[in-house]
Design a protein around this ligand. Sequence first.
Ligand SMILES: Cc1ncc(COP(=O)(O)O)c(C=O)c1O
Length: 483
Amino acid sequence: MSEIKLLFEYADTYKDNKNYIESKKIDIRSFIPDNLLRKNIPRIPRLSELQVVRHYTNLSRLNMSIDGNFYPLGSCTMKYNPKVNDKCALDANFINLHPLQKDEDCQGTLQIFHELQGYLSGISGMDETSLQPLAGAHSELTGLLIVKAYYKDGKENKRNVVLIPDSAHGTNPATCTMCGFKVREIKTNERGCINLEDLKNKLSDEVACLMITNPNTLGIFEENIVEITSMLHKVGSLVYMDGANMNALIGIVRPGDFGVDLMHFNLHKTFTTPHGGGGPGAGAICVKKLLAQYLPVPHIELKQNKYVRNYNYPRSVGSISYFYGNTGNIIRGYVYIRSIGKEGLKRVAQMAVLNANYLLYKFRKLFLVPYKRRCMHEFVVSAKNIKAQYHVSTLDIVKRLLDYGFHAPTIYFPLIVEEAMLIEPTETEDVRTLDSFVAAMEKIVNEAKTNPELLHEAPHSTPVGRLNEVKAARDPILRWVPS
Ligand SMILES: Cc1ncc(COP(=O)(O)O)c(C=O)c1O
């Protein structure tokens, strides 16, 4: 941690700027056009500190959060976010830095970017990394733009198909379509992995890449991954890996070693940034050497002992966000990796997989398990049996979980499993929490038998009851008025 502290001391430009402005007696208003200057004092409510504290504290209690509740939302990796990450990211020397500050004024921040690029290349087994994407889906977009640029350079414009397994997250096909690729779906076999026969039949010289998630969204490691990547390479296609589920692999397996050409991390999941409700995210796109020249600019590099933003990549796909990425989240990810180290990363993956298998073992007695095998960091069960017997749906079950103080798992996803619940406990939960979650599920299944109405109307103890979810999304009421 002492090295991190040293980096902070570099980032003292804010103080210099402030002193400069004060010493020159610069009137900031002279930089603002007259028509944009305020003519009247704004109508800002006058409140005491106590009123503000109560307002936000009460608001925060209306919701479920990782700091207050177990949050097994599959595929979202809602693990504990260490507070030291926030403490570092919110240091005044970082948050007051202007994105257009000269390279020599922000060496500490650029060093963090550069080192994190290196760590992620190492963890993924890739050669180069860019931290510019602002989310997982944004990284997918960047990755497919890179794939497109690569084939355009090689004059292989015919390659306009992307193969995607039917278990994939919805952002995968959406990204392909946005980039002008055609999507061709690959079937999942009875073991929850890619159907090799189907993949073989769909390979052609039109295929640009396979977009694969590993472990996949069923929580299963693609057991034929080496064969799969070599099948793609034999026909001149690339392999893109959606790395949203890297929490199961970090420190143990490197996608670059099993043939992946480019992949992304969701920094906000695997490397602990508080996320949810649409943000704030951070992605990282990692590529093998053959694709490095297409990465977004600027690329952060170390040249003659100076960290620089290098824009000199004529074949780059360009800038894909305003500046250099979500700096606050990049600092959080960096601090997390530096705090737990190489062995810590490995232990994260081991514990995440252990916790998920513990819950899967317990849930076998309550629900149907579509793929009867060991899982990775998450697993899928189906409440089809409960629905058939007691007319209680997966939605009813998870709404009732809220009454017992647990956030719901992901439901009705992956789409290939009926009445699905995708459960990801993460490594940061202890066995007592897991056992109390199992006990709540046992009670709910019992209630389904004895009092199904209770579940149809759940939740009963939350600030608002069951919402009209379509109306809530289309016509949200965002203003909270104290009662
Ligand atoms: C497997 C998978 N891919 C892609 C995404 C999209 O990531 P993001 O929400 O960061 O855009 C998610 C998000 O939940 C995911 O679980």
